[in-house]
Design a protein around this ligand. Structure first.
Ligand code: SAJ
Length: 413
């Protein structure tokens, strides 16, 4: 089949390469000239394990091409960003533009699939009216639906193949055609449903995780006040066969979990109360950590703090919605001087020992595996006051104490 994938980001590009690897003729479309010209040379400008080699092979074998504009194809997959506005509303202008862009190229029998995470009703109320402009009858001449991506950054290629998938169509025929297309590379189950259910499921999965993390964060604050170590408590609770409490931390970041629950709240603010509250709890964590930092550096002349980790989660280079960036902007409104270091984050890749030199507090913000190699003694010696605030239960209290640190742990007395 000829497949046109609109949007070559963290989802569109791996998906395009995956279809190409199975022999389909894939056109990857993006407005960004840098992305398109890199792709046509078999290169990528984003970081994801094994993606560079995978894309290179697809391009070299002649199955994947980049283009600034769509072309006629059998199937069109829309994988453009759905960011959030300052008012916490889904910004759908990329999806709208993509639907408008493909409309002149649509032909009888085509399949149009929305992959971007979107509010309930996007396929029915936004996409279908636009592509109806092709003059083709929706449901019998044009098949349409939503098949949300559910891959986790860092393991995208593995999860694209092995995760189960939802194929939500505007009618049964559309759902079936979507399932048949993804079956080319999906080894997990593919479940058929309608488009609205598929839209809700994607949002509900990420919201489940957000609420669970908010619960862990609330427990962390409760435990601090009760003189209990929340990390030990959660680990003990999770021995129960039906309990799986997530981990607390300095907040929830990324372009999915910190964003998607708002797409539900936006449509039904009076009903989605728990979902809204979880968002507020998680969004408040950087403020809570900032207050701890202020308390731990109180009385210090010209306090300086070094933060290890800036990305939204460990072992990735993505800084979108990172709670650590929020923490840094909070601290910038105080008299505390902040130095941040992160081996993955562009602009923060300095030497960790130099970053810690002369500081009064070291804050572990992101639990990158590479921080396991840090020489804690050397870090403590470089600092003016060897205090450590661990927001991820990454370090061991005894080990840090032996290295000379006064150790403080989020969610502990
Ligand atoms: N986090 C915690 N505690 C935890 C787990 C995560 O504080 O116990 C924080 C992380 O540090 C990070 C944020 O949550 O700041 C989100 O990270 P994540 O690893 O939970 O999720 P994402 O955003 O990288 O990917 C999620 C995944 N959704 C689920 O696991 C339900 C992925 O499968 C989705 O495809 C992706 O969102 C997406 O694109 O929607």
């Amino acid at each position: 089949m000829k497949i046109c994938v609109i949007g070559l980001g963290y989802i569109g590009l791996p998906t395009a390469a995956m279809f190409a690897s199975k022999g389909h003729n894939v056109i990857g479309v993006d407005k960004n000239e840098q992305i398109v010209s890199a792709l046509n040379q078999g290169e990528i400008i984003i970081e994801e394990d094994h993606l560079a080699e995978f894309v290179k092979t697809a391009v070299t074998e002649g199955h994947l091409h980049g283009s600034l504009v769509p072309q006629e194809a059998d199937a069109f997959i829309i994988a453009v960003p759905t960011p959030i506005t300052d008012e916490k509303k889904a910004d759908m202008h990329f999806v709208k533009a993509a639907a408008e862009e493909i409309t002149p190229y649509l032909r009888k029998g085509n399949l149009v699939i929305l992959e971007s995470t979107s509010p309930i009703g996007t396929v029915d109320d936004l996409i279908c009216p636009i592509i109806a402009g092709s003059g083709l009858e929706i449901g019998s001449e044009l098949f349409v639906g939503h098949s949300p991506e559910r891959v986790i950054p860092g393991k995208i290629l593995y999860e694209l193949v092995h995760n189960s998938r939802i194929a939500g169509g505007i009618n049964q025929e559309s759902a079936q055609r979507i399932a048949d297309l993804y079956r080319t590379f999906v080894e997990g189950e593919i479940y058929l449903t309608n488009a609205r259910t598929a839209e809700l499921c994607k949002l509900a999965e990420n919201t489940f995780r957000d609420i669970n993390i908010a619960y862990a964060n609330e427990l962390a604050l409760i435990c601090e006040k009760s003189g209990i170590n929340v990390w030990e408590a959660i680990s003990l609770c999770n021995n129960h066969p039906r309990v799986n409490i997530h981990q607390p931390g300095p907040g929830v970041g990324g372009h999915c979990i910190a964003v998607d629950p708002w797409f539900i709240v936006e449509k039904q603010p009076d009903t989605a109360k728990l979902i809204h509250q979880a968002r507020l709890i998680n969004d408040n964590m950087p403020t809570i950590v900032a207050q701890k930092i202020i308390n731990l550096t109180q009385g210090q002349d010209k306090p300086q703090v070094t933060i290890l980790g800036v990305t939204y989660k460990p072992n990735v280079d993505d800084m979108r919605e990172s709670p650590i960036l929020t923490l840094i902007s909070h601290l910038k409104t105080t008299n505390i001087q902040v130095i941040a270091q992160d081996p993955f984050a562009k602009g923060y890749q300095g030497d960790p020992y130099q970053a810690a030199a002369g500081s009064d507090l070291l804050v572990l913000g992101v639990d990158h595996n590479i921080y396991r190699d840090l020489d804690l003694k050397r870090l403590a010696q470089a600092m003016r006051t060897a205090k450590l605030l661990d927001t991820r239960n990454f370090f061991d209290r005894q080990t840090t104490a032996a290295a000379g640190f006064e150790y403080h742990l989020l969610g502990d007395k």
